[in-house]
Design a protein around this ligand. Structure first.
Ligand code: AGP
Length: 612
């Protein structure tokens, strides 16, 4: 869950590394470091605890560090507290071998003991120092060069890693190794780049290489070669990235999160346009045709965090429309269950990053059990995208804020499209409803823009409740799915204790927590369930709750109950999540701002959870 970068060229490396790290800071931000080799062959290592700006100040924006080859790291601590000594890069005692690492070497203790027996001393608590010293050990013991040493160490590592390593004796090269952690390589005239995702590279090139698992890359100045574990050279074709470099910039907004909230109509429109053609949903690029659809007996949707919440909504949509049994499960649970699956089951993995460790493990288990797998993924070329049988790419563009907004919204579109098309193939959705749903789907981006226009009222409400200690979100059916996501947003960026409950459940326990002034958000967008949810809102109000309500225009009777109401435009009931989630995203955003918190980089969290 850290970010790594590398640069090998003719320009001053340190400013390029720092700029690259700033794009990856969402991946970890408790300490950072760079190592740069200068013309005399000496390598300067500079590290700093805290945000990247501390490292930047320490190196005068990188200008104080000489050299044109270097590697860098921004850390999210796994082994060892955030500190300068635990920050990367780590090196052999003679500074001959220097490296940065994202991931976890699970058997590091066993390797550390082995190295200790050979006289190695350790200064940090990290698994990375062990990994680098193991490479150093094989390098010195066998004297067969870096490729031999790295591949030999890779056969001993258990776990995930994306590593960049420099050797003093090979001053014009950077070595990169990967297993189950993301790494992208880009080349430009006379220079090469590596990074944990494409955003640091986009400015230089859109043609990138995705290094595979258990492979090594050797980066020269403007060149790259790839090798397998047997040190045999392999071919990897470059892929073209369609993301725009400006999409990874804040572009005048105060935070990435509010920028990404405003980008939702576009993310949704682009995703719709990728599958709706001539008034029909075309899943040919996903690879799901009528014959395949008819073979599906059941569906399991597996994901983590907000992506799981997309699954909760997806369950209602797909089961409701296509009448296929759907189960939704957290990837961290699914992977340690013994799920009943066979080739007639479809397992859908939802993931923005495509690198979430639990989701990746769940995918591999589903494949092992013989199920057909489909990924709803945002990052092209990510591990999940590469390993699933079918991939539905969401077109949200780069998402930088730790709290997901536009990727979540784009994932919902994928769920709707899948539900509708499976229903069409199975004959459970007639032509008239199908056509009207397509029309409503295409109206969503404009309707989302309308909801965004109401942001000042929500900002006012958030400022009023900035001191709230607890918050509850209630809803039924799809509205329960919306509540789960609203509650997660509130926790992760506003640090407000919040819970989401199926509205009918509150009287089975949670209602005892309601007292005078407790803030409750009632979501009531489903016609069939409106009166039921409203009754539950009345129940909490009569115990003293202060009520915010979210419902569709027209349901004005909610004003008899709720103290503050946000209305959303009318759409097909299966699509209401796309509109109702926006006020909740805005509420958590403005509340976080009112409390003066770090909206884009909330404490203890990282964007991409590549460790278990
Ligand atoms: C959402 O705001 C969170 N940052 C988090 O729950 C996230 O959705 C989860 O970690 C899954 O990530 P993924 O979509 O990249 O797999």
């Amino acid at each position: 869950m850290c970010g790594i970068v590398g640069y090998n060229g003719e320009k001053k490396a340190a400013p390029i590394l720092l700029e690259g790290l700033s794009k990856l800071e969402y991946r970890g931000y408790d300490s950072a470091g760079i190592a740069v080799r200068n013309k005399t062959g000496e390598t300067e290592i500079v590290k700093a605890k805290g945000r990247l700006k501390v490292l930047s100040e320490k190196t005068d924006g990188g200008n104080a560090v000489e050299g044109t080859v270097g590697i860098g790291h921004t850390r999210w601590a796994t082994h060892g507290e955030p500190s300068e000594i635990n920050a990367h890069p780590h090196c052999s005692d003679d500074k001959n071998v220097i490296g940065v690492h994202n991931g976890i070497i699970e058997n590091y203790q066993e390797l550390k003991d082995k190295l200790a027996r050979h006289g190695y001393t350790f200064y940090s608590e990290t698994d990375t120092e062990v990994a680098i010293k193991l490479i150093d050990y094989y390098y010195k013991t066998y004297n067969q060069g870096p490729l031999y040493a790295i591949t030999h160490a890779m056969t001993r590592f258990r776990g995930s890693y994306a590593m960049a390593v420099m050797f003093k004796d090979y001053p014009d090269q950077i070595y990169a190794a990967r297993n189950d952690a993301p790494m992208v390589i880009g080349l430009d005239e006379g220079e090469s780049f590596l990074a944990s995702d494409v955003t640091p590279i986009l400015k230089y090139t859109k043609s990138v290489y995705y290094i595979g698992n258990q492979q090594v890359a050797v980066l020269g100045k403007g060149s790259v070669k790839f090798y397998d574990l047997d040190q045999m050279e392999i071919d990897i074709e470059p892929s073209t990235v369609t993301w725009d470099a400006n999409a990874a910039e804040r572009g005048g907004y105060e935070h990435f999160m509010i920028k990404e909230i405003h980008e939702q109509p576009k993310a949704v429109r682009d995703t719709i346009n990728s599958v709706v053609k001539d008034g029909k949903i075309d899943l040919s690029e996903v690879g799901i045709d009528e014959e395949t659809a008819k073979k599906i007996h059941s569906i399991q949707i597996v994901a983590c965090g907000s992506a799981y919440h997309v699954g909760v909504v997806g369950q209602y949509v797909i089961e409701g429309l296509a009448r296929i049994p759907v189960r939704v499960e957290l990837a961290s649970e699914f992977r340690y269950r013994d799920p009943l699956l066979d080739e007639n089951d479809l397992v859908i993995i939802v993931s923005q990053s495509g690198e979430t460790a639990d989701s990746l493990a769940a995918l591999r288990l589903a494949k092992k059990k013989g199920a057909r797998t489909l990924g709803i993924v945002n990052v092209v070329g990510s591990s999940i995208a590469r390993e699933v049988d079918h991939v539905f790419y969401t077109l949200a563009g780069p998402e930088i804020a730790v709290a997901t907004t536009k990727a979540y919204s784009a994932q919902l579109i994928a769920m709707y499209a899948l539900g509708m098309q499976l229903a069409k193939y199975k004959g459970t959705l007639d032509d008239e409803r199908y056509a009207s749903m397509i029309e409503e789907l295409q109206n969503l981006p404009d309707q989302m823009s309308r909801v965004l226009e109401d942001k000042e009222r929500i900002q006012w409400f958030a400022a009023k409740y900035a001191n709230a200690q607890d918050m509850y979100f209630i809803g039924r059916g799809i509205d329960y799915g919306i509540s789960l996501e609203g509650s997660l947003k509130m926790k992760e960026i506003s640090y407000v204790h919040s819970e989401a409950y199926a509205a009918g459940e509150i009287k089975h326990g949670p209602i005892s927590l309601i007292e005078n002034g407790t803030l409750v958000v009632g979501v009531a967008t489903q016609k069939r369930l409106f009166e039921k949810t409203r009754s539950n809102m009345v129940e909490v109000k009569s115990r003293g709750a202060y009520l915010m309500g979210i419902t569709n225009y027209g349901n004005y009777s909610i004003e008899d109950t709720a103290d503050f109401v946000v209305y959303i435009p009318k759409t097909d009931e299966y699509f209401t999540t796309s509109l109702a989630i926006i006020p909740l995203q805005l509420l958590s955003y403005y509340l976080s701002c009112a409390k003066g918190l770090n909206v884009d980089k909330p404490r203890n969290l990282a964007k991409s959870v590549t460790v278990e």
